[in-house]
Design a binder for this molecule. Structure first.
Ligand code: ATP
Length: 327
């Protein structure tokens, strides 16, 4: 059993709605267990610089409903070096912090794991990323909110696309994973969904669009993940514009971009974040380290950090088949 008295907590990598709810849960669970809790601002960059803030119950009041992260986030090149991590460990020890809760994505966990291995620091992770691409949890904090934002935007685009019989290419976030694209495509009634996990052939894309537009004579929406190999919405738009078969088609592309990151977290993200935050503190106190707390099939589950970043979480291929039936 590790003797923990002073917790450090930080948010790192891309921000995600619900990170604040998770922070609140970590702080309140920590205080409930008579621990001191310190917030580390700007992720690993702030850890190296000693950018710390003491957190009490009131300091996390009224943050549950806000997007972004009150602790700020940052990418840190220094932390990728052994020297940088040694400096971070020294800062933590100097300030009496003896265990860490990391809220972030796979990069954040790679860093946390190294800190654990090189400096024997107890660390535990809460999955916070809108991409939902982390093995060991059914959903990550922020994913549900981002998905709903994307669907809301697709609904709006559908109105204007319908009014003009237009073809819209809607690009959503997901450099390596198609969770947002697949699910917002289904929820938004997209005619075609293009994701990084599958091979996308331009000829198939053209055929499907032409067949839909000539049969329905209505709007067509193609949802494409930013990491799809055809170059996202812009890449597909260019290929279609270069094809004379598409000469008469009114075609637009929209990149939803960072709108998907912001906004108040959904109810589901708030509950997940609260559950995972408390789970992190309890698991650390139970002696666990170098693991992530996730929720799988409704149960809280611990997964070694190395499995979280080394294994790939699969999309649901049955869902992908659904689009062909539904469009
Ligand atoms: P998101 O999925 O939203 O991008 P993330 O946690 O994966 O979140 P990254 O930018 O990949 O975001 O990682 C956050 C930080 O973690 C990096 O800026 C870096 O400081 C640290 N980090 C990432 N990979 C490593 C690594 N291999 N070794 C040490 N530190 C790392």
């Amino acid at each position: 059993m590790q003797d923990i008295q002073h917790l450090g907590v930080y948010t790192s990598g891309g921000d995600a709605p619900g990170m604040n709810a998770c922070l609140r849960a970590v702080v309140r669970a920590g205080l409930d267990n008579d621990l001191e809790v310190t917030g580390i601002r700007r992720g690993y960059e702030g850890m190296i610089d000693g950018d710390l803030v003491e957190l009490d119950r009131r300091s996390v009041s009224n943050i549950m409903q806000s997007g972004g992260t009150v602790l700020k986030s940052a990418r840190s090149e220094k932390f990728r070096t052994e020297e940088g991590r040694a400096k971070a460990a020294e800062q933590l020890r100097k300030n009496g912090i003896d265990a860490l809760v990391a809220i972030g994505g796979d990069g954040t966990f790679r860093g946390a794991s190294k800190l654990h291995q090189e400096h024997e620091f107890p660390v535990i992770g809460a999955p916070g990323t809108i991409d939902n691409d982390l093995f060991g949890t059914d959903a990550t904090i922020g994913y549900d909110t981002a998905l709903n934002t994307a669907i809301e935007n697709i609904d709006r685009i559908r109105d204007t696309a319908d009014a003009h019989n237009r073809l819209f290419l809607v690009e959503v976030m997901g450099r390596d994973a198609g969770f947002i694209a697949l699910n917002c495509g289904i929820g938004g009634g997209a005619e075609l969904i293009l994701i990084p996990e599958t091979i996308t052939e331009m000829e198939m894309v053209k055929k499907r669009i032409l067949s839909h537009m000539s049969a329905q004579r209505r709007s067509t929406i193609v949802v494409v993940a930013e990491g799809d190999e055809l170059g996202g919405a812009r890449g597909i738009e260019q290929a279609l514009r270069d094809d004379s078969d598409f000469g008469d088609i009114d075609l637009r592309s929209t990149i939803l971009g960072h709108t998907q990151r912001g906004g108040a977290p959904s109810a589901s993200d708030r509950v997940l974040a609260s559950r995972l935050g408390v789970g992190c503190v309890e698991s650390l106190l139970d002696g666990h380290s170098d693991v992530m707390v996730g929720v799988v099939n409704g149960e809280t589950k611990l997964t070694p950090l190395r499995n979280v970043y080394n294994r790939r979480k699969s999309i649901d291929y049955d869902l992908l088949k659904l689009t062909q039936i539904l469009s």
